[in-house]
Design a protein around this ligand. Structure first.
Ligand code: SME
Length: 159
């Protein structure tokens, strides 16, 4: 087993513990973003965008200040949200419509967050290194996204 897979197994265990304290989706997003940002190397942005009024609105994150709104038809986040498929982009300069929130970002991994068939938002990671994310990162982040969805009650968003 390679070390990246083992690292994600450890992160999944930590995330389950960290997210057990509350089912508030904002609190859980804040702590998961901080965990990911601090535990993974070569990541310059990690965080959430949530679906609000038909577009993605920035949520809890770690990194440089980011674009506030992203349309569902734009960028890597929009592609993940509208397709329901994880977007793993080796070189964002080659991705049509990529939104450069931080000019240092060169590769990106975006996991869509769906619950019961409804789009909740996306989990987005940026790296200053080209081709930073591999299949192990994708599977690891998809697992962390599942842990986040299971730990959170999205009816809070309607209160
Ligand atoms: N690069 C993203 C926008 C969000 S930032 O990276 C934080 C995109 O193209 O969707």
């Amino acid at each position: 087993m390679n070390s990246r897979v083992e690292q994600y197994q450890g992160l999944a265990t930590q995330a389950k513990g960290l997210l057990a304290a509350t089912d508030d989706p904002v609190a859980n997003a804040a702590n998961l973003a901080a965990l990911i940002f601090n535990m993974l190397e070569q990541v310059n942005w990690a965080g959430f965008y949530f679906l609000r009024d038909g577009r993605l609105l920035v949520g809890p994150f770690q990194g440089q200040p980011a674009c506030v709104e992203i349309s569902l038809t734009t960028g890597v986040c929009g592609a993940a949200a509208s397709s329901g498929k994880t977007q793993r982009v080796a070189d964002v300069h080659e991705f049509p419509g990529h939104i450069a929130c931080d000019v240092n970002s060169r590769s990106e991994l975006v996991v869509p967050l769906y619950e019961g068939g409804s789009l909740i938002g996306v989990l987005d990671l940026d790296s200053p290194v080209i081709n930073r994310f591999d299949q192990a990162d994708q599977q690891g982040l998809e697992t962390l996204a599942e842990i986040y969805l299971e730990a959170s009650d999205f009816s809070y968003f309607n209160k």
